[in-house]
Write a protein that binds this ligand. Structure first.
Ligand code: SF4
Ligand code: ZN
Length: 262
């Protein structure tokens, strides 16, 4: 997942997960003199929400001595998540926001010459996504995703999730015990409804049947181990608009931007 000479770009959103990840990686980094680390925050343009998170991210980076880069949807895409939400489009604001965030982090990481991106997805996020993929009718996405994403052709920066098998509860405990200041306010646009239902379901299952989340994670890992080689790599080429790798003519973000501005 991590190599001694990586320049790691940590996606830092200001919540407990990303601040915990940054804290732990900074401790590890001290043992590896050739490792470099930067943090990337994204300003999605969400009033009374992201501002506080950005401040917390900035304070944490200053305290830990980590270079902090902030990119905004406004400057990259010419639109904010608040504006997208106000347009009341067919999909939820999260559908756009999630795709734009991935693109923004990729752009910033390439800009600063990072060799790898680390995100703070935890066990709960991972198993929610496994079920979400099944319910969206896209089981092969489970095989193509995972805690380490590397393209053997080098078409995109590798992405790693060091906290992928750490339960959310343990991250909360770590954050409280180490006195991390993190954002606790919820996003005013709410989260994707289906993911919320899956979260509730999995939490109930975990109480009734302890170990459910780990079992689901291991099932996904088995699928990857068994089927990984059989699931063809997507045939990637350059998006005709922005040049990012995509299996289609336009990347997902450009399709969305076209739909918004149409
Ligand atoms: Fe964006 Fe949705 Fe997350 Fe809010 S909850 S920051 S709209 S992805
Ligand atoms: Zn594009």
């Amino acid at each position: 997942m991590l190599e001694y000479n990586d320049h790691l770009a940590v996606a830092l959103l200001g919540g407990k997960d990303s601040l915990t990840l940054l804290n732990i990686l900074v401790k590890l980094e001290k043992r590896f003199p050739l490792t470099r680390m930067s943090a990337i925050s994204v300003d999605e343009g969400i009033k009374n929400y992201r501002d506080e998170a950005l401040e917390l991210a900035q304070t944490a980076c200053a305290r830990l001595g980590v270079r902090h880069v902030v990119v905004s949807y406004e400057e990259l895409f010419g639109i904010t998540t608040d504006e997208i939400a106000a347009m009341k489009l067919g999909q939820t604001p999260c559908s756009y926001c999630g795709v734009f965030r991935r693109k923004a982090i990729n752009k910033a990481a390439s800009m600063i010459g990072a060799t790898k991106i680390a995100t703070a997805h935890n066990l709960d996020d991972e198993v929610q996504t496994v079920l979400l993929n099944l319910l969206h009718g896209d089981p092969l996405r489970i095989v193509r995703s995972g805690p380490v994403l590397k393209d053997p052709r080098g078409k995109f920066l590798p992405r790693v999730k060091p906290l992928f098998d750490t339960p959310e509860k343990e991250i909360v405990l770590y954050a409280y015990l180490t006195g991390l200041q993190f954002q606790s306010v919820e996003c005013p646009h709410g989260h994707e409804a289906l993911r919320n239902d899956i979260r509730t379901f999995l939490n109930q299952m975990e109480i009734k049947h302890p170990g459910t989340k780990f079992t689901l994670l291991r099932s996904a890992e088995r699928l990857r181990a068994q089927m990984g080689a059989d699931v063809q790599l997507l045939d990637l080429h350059e998006c005709v608009k922005c040049g990012d790798p995509t299996p289609h003519e336009l990347c997902e973000a450009c399709v969305m931007l076209e739909a918004i501005t149409a």
